[in-house]
Unconditional design. Structure first.
Length: 245
């Protein structure tokens, strides 16, 4: 009976959260996205702020529905401006968490997501970058790279998961070079962030949120390389790996 109650609670919370993503988006946020898209000559910043508010609302709802959840965010993270953030990756909640922290944000997204109806329009208009430069994404990547210096100069934060995939419960994997090359090219600091326990709430490969056990999500700034432009890509990767360990 106890196991059934846990399952029913997980189901109820999962449905409410997905309801927020669907009905909440259509009713409360879509009009603002459309307004920014049609009324602003450059809607990227507005879309990023709307993403920030939307996912901030998601985590407020999650805490309300899950009294045993604690989210501890390093205060230094909210002060970051004009930097590339690299982080380990456990769950689909991770990018949502960073969007809720940074009002002016961009990231690298799997290219296939740009083909998804509505979602692809959102991430493209928000100025997010495709992970591949092949085929139809080559021109889009070049456009994004051309604007990155101005984005960082205006205080924007790019967050990247350099492992390229979720690795819950496993040591840090091989790091792709893209984020480190961007930090060097744009001459901005590299910030290393470590996430813990997001996979305990939303486990890869599962539909249900796990809502009955107490969980503390921790997000810590563990290392910062102010002079990233003066180091090689290999040196930046070694510094990140050392910070993650």
């Amino acid at each position: 009976m106890h196991k059934l109650r846990r399952l029913l609670r997980d189901l109820a919370v999962t449905l409410l959260l997905w309801l927020y993503f669907t009905l909440g988006f259509v009713v409360f946020f879509l009009p603002f996205y459309l307004g920014a898209f049609f009324l602003k000559s450059s809607p990227e910043g507005a879309f990023q702020r709307l993403n920030h508010y939307f996912y901030g609302g998601f985590f407020k709802l999650l805490r309300l529905l899950m009294p045993g959840l604690t989210i501890r965010i390093d205060p230094a993270l909210r002060q970051l401006r004009g930097t590339v953030v690299v982080s380990n990756h456990h769950s689909y909640l991770d990018p949502l968490m960073f969007q809720s922290i940074f009002a002016k944000q961009t990231t690298i997204v799997k290219s296939t997501f740009f083909k998804v109806p509505i979602f692809g329009w959102l991430i493209k208009t928000a100025g997010y970058m495709p992970a591949s430069a092949e085929g139809p994404f080559g021109e889009l990547m070049l456009q994004r790279m051309a604007t990155l210096r101005d984005f960082f100069a205006s205080g924007g934060v790019m967050f990247v998961f350099p492992e390229g995939t979720r690795r819950p419960g496993r040591p840090i994997g091989v790091l792709h070079e893209g984020a480190f090359k961007i930090a060097r090219r744009c001459r901005v600091p590299l910030t290393v962030v470590r996430l813990r326990n997001t996979e305990r709430i939303f486990t890869p490969g599962q539909f249900f949120f796990h809502t009955t056990d107490p969980v503390t999500i921790e997000i810590d700034l563990v290392h910062r390389v102010a002079n990233a432009a003066d180091l090689s890509v290999a040196e930046l990767k070694r510094a990140a790996l050392a910070a993650f360990s």
